[in-house]
Ligand binder design. Structure first.
Ligand SMILES: [Mg+2]
Ligand SMILES: [Zn+2]
Length: 416
């Protein structure tokens, strides 16, 4: 899934609390608020983010860069203020999905995007917004809705409690092209513009840091600024699975994707899977190259994926050990060399630390060796696929056998 984050706000309401930084970069316990938001999007299946910036755009770009965890990040800069609608319209031109998540860069609403997406598609509406029930609603404009459809808005200060617009939307990517202007208000021209608007109720944690009191509260509640989600993963072998196995590959010049393997990785990401590369690198143990070389090579692989498909992998894990290593510190019978499951366990543990629980019963390993299949089995992964012609599945340990990574990926269904 793709997301647009609206981070062009001036931060006028926070004057005195933060100065000379755009509101989404306001620090919450020394970490920019925008990072909490990006963590949330990542946990919820977003693989690509377009950040719409205006005021102090360069500071946002400097803080976040071209990728964030397993997501690629791009920027849509408003040179002149385009209003909320114009900003979204411009950013959506950088997207490719049929429906795109749009959220405010200065509020956090822990909506389950997988569930909201299903609701949105079922509703048939071009736009769905996420609604949050609040007490003490006197200061807020409230939503009036019935059977999941928006009927209108109430003025501020009328009811003691009710539903507010939480600032998280699913929007049909091409919708705003119907509006001629480049500068307009999303609230007026779209939400109150006669379109069918779906309303998805969520009781997830909500906070709007644009309000000074709430900004102070966010520091105290920082643990709630995190989404906990179950996700599915694909653990890919590297050599002979995604790239040509040149034996002890470490030079960038020698790296070459197998036919459509990069496309397969992009498809997995777009299907909602976390994609992690798990590889034995005994060349380190043999003193043929260094661990640093592996890191450089993997950054290069990510740059190729990003350039062509706007995706990157969610992680790379390697085993540098070998029982007969020439380099002494790598000489051991480790638990991470496949067919052992150590690397997969490590990846699962790392995801868990950042709020993502991997559902192994819906996850996959794919590799060109039986040892890859066994590593998956040993880790408790449900589907363990053998690809290519390098080895045959004589003992029937693989869940399935395909000719290539691309063939295998075609038989993996969408997560959502
Ligand atoms: Mg291999
Ligand atoms: Zn190892």
């Amino acid at each position: 899934m793709e997301a647009v984050v609206l981070a062009g706000g001036f931060g006028t309401r926070l004057k005195g609390c933060i100065d000379n930084i755009p509101k989404p970069l306001a620090p919450i316990n020394d970490k920019p608020f925008l990072c909490y938001l990006l963590d949330y999007l990542y946990a919820n299946g977003i693989h690509r983010v377009v950040i719409s910036t205006g005021y102090l755009a360069e500071k946002v770009e400097e803080a976040i860069g071209g990728s964030y965890r397993g997501m690629t990040v791009e920027y849509s800069v408003e040179d002149t203020p385009l209003g909320t609608g114009g900003g979204i319209k411009k950013a959506l031109r950088k997207c490719t999905d049929e429906y795109v998540v749009v959220c405010n860069g200065d509020s956090f609403f822990d909506v389950d995007l997988f569930e909201m997406r299903a609701f949105h598609i079922k509703s048939g509406c071009p736009v769905t917004l996420a609604a949050k029930f609040i007490e003490n609603a006197y200061r807020s404009g409230l939503l009036d809705f019935k059977s999941g459809r928006l009927c209108g808005f109430s003025e501020n200060g009328i009811a003691p409690s009710g539903y507010i617009n939480g600032g998280v939307y699913f929007i049909k990517r091409t919708l705003l092209e119907e509006i001629q202007e480049d500068k307009f208000s999303f609230e007026k021209s779209v939400l109150a513009g006669g379109y069918d608007i779906g309303v998805y109720e969520s009781d997830g944690y909500f906070i709007d840091i644009g309000i000074p009191d709430a900004y102070k509260l966010a520091e105290a509640e920082k643990d709630r600024l995190a989404s906990r989600r179950k996700r599915c993963a694909v653990f890919l072998d590297r050599d002979g699975t995604i790239n040509k196995d040149t034996v002890h590959l470490y030079r960038r010049e020698e790296f070459e994707f197998l036919p459509d393997a990069d496309k397969a990785i992009a498809e997995l990401k777009k299907k909602g899977y976390l994609v992690t590369v798990i590889t034995n690198q005994a060349g380190v143990a043999k003193g043929l190259y260094k661990e640093d070389d592996i890191g450089i090579l993997h950054s290069y692989v990510d740059s190729l994926l990003k350039e062509k498909y706007s995706v990157i992998a969610d992680g790379y894990y390697y085993c540098p050990h070998h029982p007969e290593a020439t380099v002494e510190k790598y000489r051991l019978d480790c638990l991470c060399r496949k067919p052992n499951a150590g690397l997969i366990f490590k990846a699962v543990e790392d995801f868990k630390e950042s709020g993502i629980e991997i559902d192994l019963s819906k996850s996959y390993t794919i590799g060109n060796r039986i040892s890859d299949v066994l590593a998956g089995k040993n880790a408790g992964v449900e589907h363990n696929i053998l690809i290519g012609n390098d080895e045959t599945d004589e003992n029937g340990v693989a869940s399935a056998v395909y000719g290539s990574l691309y063939d295998a990926v075609h038989n993996i269904k969408q997560v959502f």
